[in-house]
Design a protein around this ligand. Structure first.
Ligand code: MN
Length: 290
């Protein structure tokens, strides 16, 4: 049975700046509790729709800040981001790459436009997704998965009509490399004009599609540029058709049915645990980062 569409949301009205390097539309949680309830284990989606940053010799991005109790997933489409964290990990997320950072027990990191990109300037297009951790894994040691475009599972569509880069989960038998704490699918879907794709996702998963570029027909409904297609937990099959070259991001996951207590970059289960996180951050327990 085809998955039922709950709603096709348009792009939120105006972008906000995260630091001075990320000009993002927040699809959730700012759209309200309705969507947040339907999209667990995902906590937040910021989309930097394609935007031309002018050249600069300065550092542009977000300075040192903490996270605890969840994961941040950065998907680079255009432009490059340099990352450093308090566990000593660092790297550059280049176009086509994904960084999957588990903040777990607590981490400090910074996210800047990579220097060479910043000096040239030009198109920047990126998604940052926050993925919750179940209670039993919230204090897992911080870690970092640098997933390059070449490491992803690749499903090439018949007649070279496109490719599905499987970041996490399984698309039609092709596995993604990301290790996740709960069942999650995250697919970078790149379709040419007149492509057709069909797949199945369990009805129990919360699931949605972000139209990053182009447009698509999803289960018979038109999903315009930058729209967000939210599915109901009914049916399994998703059918996608295109009439132009398009890039879609599919996210799905088993919901985590546990209380969520959030204070900015800390996501725990109770208020007490939030006070503890703030105390740990202030007393330097998340390590040091310049
Ligand atoms: Mn961050």
């Amino acid at each position: 049975m085809k998955k039922t569409i709950e709603k096709i949301m348009h792009r939120p009205g105006r972008p906000g700046m995260v630091g001075d390097g990320f000009r993002v539309y927040n699809y959730f949680p700012n759209s309200g509790a309705f969507l947040s309830k339907k999209i667990s284990p995902f906590l937040m989606l910021d989309f930097n729709a394609e935007y031309n940053f002018p050249p600069t010799d300065k550092l542009r991005g977000v300075g040192v800040h903490p996270h605890k109790g969840f994961e941040t997933v950065t998907i680079a489409y255009k432009g490059s981001v340099a990352h450093n964290d308090s566990t000593g990990n660092s790297g550059v997320i280049n176009p086509g790459d994904v960084q999957w950072m588990t903040a777990g027990a607590g981490i400090l990191h910074k996210e800047y436009h990579e220097q060479e990109y910043a000096q040239k300037g030009g198109p920047f297009e990126m998604v940052q997704l926050w993925v919750n951790l179940p209670k039993k894994d919230k204090l897992t040691p911080p870690k970092y998965q640098a997933i390059t475009a070449t490491q992803m599972g690749k499903a090439v569509l018949p007649n070279d009509k496109g490719v599905v880069n499987v970041i996490a989960g399984n698309f039609n038998g092709v596995n993604g490399p990301a290790s996740t704490f709960t069942p999650i699918n995250l697919w970078d879907i790149r379709l040419k004009k007149d492509a057709e794709l069909a797949t199945n996702i369990p009805a129990s998963h919360n699931s949605a599609i972000l139209v990053v570029n182009g447009s698509a027909e999803v289960n018979g409904e038109h999903a315009p540029l930058h729209s967000f297609v939210l599915f109901k937990n009914e049916g399994e099959e998703i059918q996608i058709k295109t009439t132009e070259d398009s890039v879609l991001l599919l996210l799905s996951g088993e919901p985590i049915n546990e209380p969520v207590a959030q204070y900015g970059p800390f996501v725990m289960n109770t208020q007490e645990e939030l006070y503890e996180a703030i105390e740990e951050f202030q007393s330097g327990k998340f390590g040091a980062l310049q």
